[in-house]
Each structure stands twice: as structure tokens, then as C-alpha cells.
Design a protein around this ligand. Sequence first.
Ligand code: ZN
Length: 468
Amino acid sequence: MNPSSTLFARDALLPDGWARDVLLQWDDRGRLRSVQPGGQRPANVAEAVGPVLPGMPNLHSHAFQRAFGGLTEYRGQAQDSFWSWRSLMYRFAAAITPQQLEAVAGGLYVEMLEAGYTSVCEFHYVHHDVDGRPYADDTELSQCLLRAAARAGIGFTLLPVLYQTSGFGGTAPREDQRRFIRSTASMLRLLERLRPLCEAQGARLGLAPHSLRAVPPASLADSIAGLTALDATAPIHIHLAEQTAEVDACLAWSGQRPVQWLLEHAPVDQRWCLVHATHMTPAESERAARSGAVAGLCPTTEANLGDGLFDAGAWRAAGGRWGLGSDSHATVNAAEELLMLEYGQRLRSHQRNVLAGDQHRFVATALTLEAVAGGAQAAGRPVAGLAAGQQADFVVLDAEHPLLQGLPSPDTMLSAHVFASHRQSAIAAVWVAGRPVVAGGRHPLRAEAGRAFAAARSALARSGFDSH
Ligand code: ZN
């Protein structure tokens, strides 16, 4: 037995629930060959220092937005909203250089790994130079993200964003959207060029039609047909029904709500990730859940932006799949996203343990398993947890950490990690594709990536923001 491709866990969270005395073995590519509970630890195999969790896929990220955390938390007008936040965000998007994007993403991906995310879907919409003209190499900014992910060691799904209009009905794009805008044909050319670059580092390539307000119906259909010709199972992500103003505008344009419109005009199935899908009627929720699409929930960003509360109870009751995204990265912590998701449902329903499962009575256990399964589906990568054939992506909690020490079971340890961590992390180690990327709670590039991030953020803040 090769000791570098095995790990023994007293407790491991498998897709069906906790198992005891589990031997994990993986191959040279970092895929799990076997996950065997109920055995003894072989003499030359290392033992995990605490419960082993499946690595969490992060299904929705705009990396550059990490650079303005803290800069938008003041009142700018009588009623601040998503839309006033967006105009501040656009100033960052207008200014960022390739070097700054790579530095910001590099720092972010290191943070993600330390926080328990082992892969990320990058919803990437800043394509062009600051004047709106394509770079000499149209893949320039995508390559910055790919390099940042490779260096950090995080699994990657690249979702280039199609963005064409500023509102429903084909409204011309705004000047401050010039770095995002491209034709459908140029998007399909970009996808063709990106495909080998993604394959070279084990990343998956998909497509993100930005939203129904940014992509007219014909472009939506053509771009999906083009993507499907390239890769018939490639993931498709779209922002949908995040804001009530967007729902109202869609109704005014088409007489239908966004989710309803999409379900009737696009081939929505398990390839799709409906990001946010916050504002749905019960009928929309049931139909969308039955389509097999994943709901891309971003609880802390949705709270930060005042989007509204997703009705997770109704979605799950209809068999809906879902996963987690850190989106604007106001928070970069998989456990905190689970906490915020459950707390939103408690506040809404006046009950506790709302999202516990029939099979798993501990909320944190149920939510972790569902978010991993949904996140893997949205990523289009074999990262669906601790099972043979999946990638060896996992997180080891430290059973001796003061947060966990003395708790009686892995369920309660995971519960403390999610609900009682108070910003201390009990994560001891993180492995991606069978390789340790975080040890002792730290990524080896933490200091270096943190310095590069801070330098890029300082330059951007000077160029784009008033001092408040
Ligand atoms: Zn987003």
C-alpha cells in the first residue's frame, strides 16, 4: 500500500452519512479508488487527526469582488440597494488590470482552501481591456484566473460570461459595462480557445449567460447550442431572480417571471445552475426543482446585498438540488454559509433545525452532504464526496481543537464547526486530488498570496474609491 495515496479516518462523512474506521485510497490522478469502512489501520498508513469531511465545491465566485470587501458598508444614499452596490462594484471592474486580477484571485483561492472549499466555479465576466477593446490575446484574463487556481491548488470550473444588454428587451449596454460585452460568435471562439487550456490543468469549461436582462433570447439559444456542440455535458450557469426589481422588469417585458420564462424557453436540466433563484412562486420552485437544475445559493452575499430569502424548505420538499457559492466574497467560509442558510430559514419559519434531513437529523451533516452533491453537479467535475471514482478532495477537522475537544460524536463536532466556531477554524488539513494543500490550518502560500492581494487591493482602492 502506497502511504502517500492513503489515509485512515476514525470518522469520515460518506455520501450516506458517517462511517467508522474508513480507509481512503486514491490513484495517481487523485481519484478515489476505494473508500472502505470498518477496517483496521494498516501499519504504514497515516491517521487523520479528526473527522474527515468531503471537500466543499464553491459553485459561484466573482474573484475580483473580493478586493472591495469592507468598501461598500456605508450609506451612500437614502436607500442603499443592490443597484447602488453594483455601481461601486463596476468602478472596480473598470479599473482592474490582469496582474491585479491574478493577485486578487490568488489570495482569494488560498483563503477558500483554508476555509474548506476544494474547488470553485468562476463566473467570469470581465473580459476586455479597460477601454473595452479585446486584449491582444482574448484569453488574457481567463488565463490569470486559471494560473491563480493552479498555483493555489484549487479545483476549477471556468464559466466565461455572455453579457450583451443592460436590460430586458435588448437595451443597449452601458458605458461601464464595456469590459463585459461580446457577441455570441466571439464567445464561442473564446470557448474553443479556452478548452485546451482548461483541460491541461484538469479544469472544466462551461458557459454563463449572465442573466435574462443581459442576454437576449436568440443569444441565449445560440450560445447554448454552440457550447453543446463543443461539449454536450458542459455546465451552464445563470443569475436568476435575485432581485424583486429584476422580477418586475421581466414581467413588464414578457408577462412572465424570470424562472417561469427560463423554464419555458430554455432546455433547463441537470447541466444548469440557477444562481440565487431567490424570488420564485411555489409553482416555479416546484418546476425548477423537478428540472434537475441546481439552485446556486450564496447566503452571505444574498444577506449582504439585501436580496431576500430563498425558500429552502419548499425547494428541498420538491427534491431540489442546491449548492453553495461565496459570490461577492463578503464572507469566504463554507461553514458560515451553511450557518447563514439555516439561520435565514429559522428566522423565516420561527422554528429550529429547519433544514435537518429525514436521514440526517443533524443540520450541519445534512447540509454538508447536500451542498457537496449539488456543488459537484454544478461544477461538472467528479467532486461529489468520499466515494470511489470521485476526486480525493477532503477536509480534516482537528478533534483536539478547543472548539471540538471532548464532543461526543462527529455529528456534534461538525455542528460545532458550523454553528459555534466564532471565526476560529477547526480545519486542520485540506486535500485536493489526493494532495495536501493546507496543513496545520495553513496554506503554504498564505503570506505571499496575502501580500500580493493586499498590494493589488490598495492600488485598486486608490484608483476607484473615495475615502470614507
Ligand atoms: Zn453572481
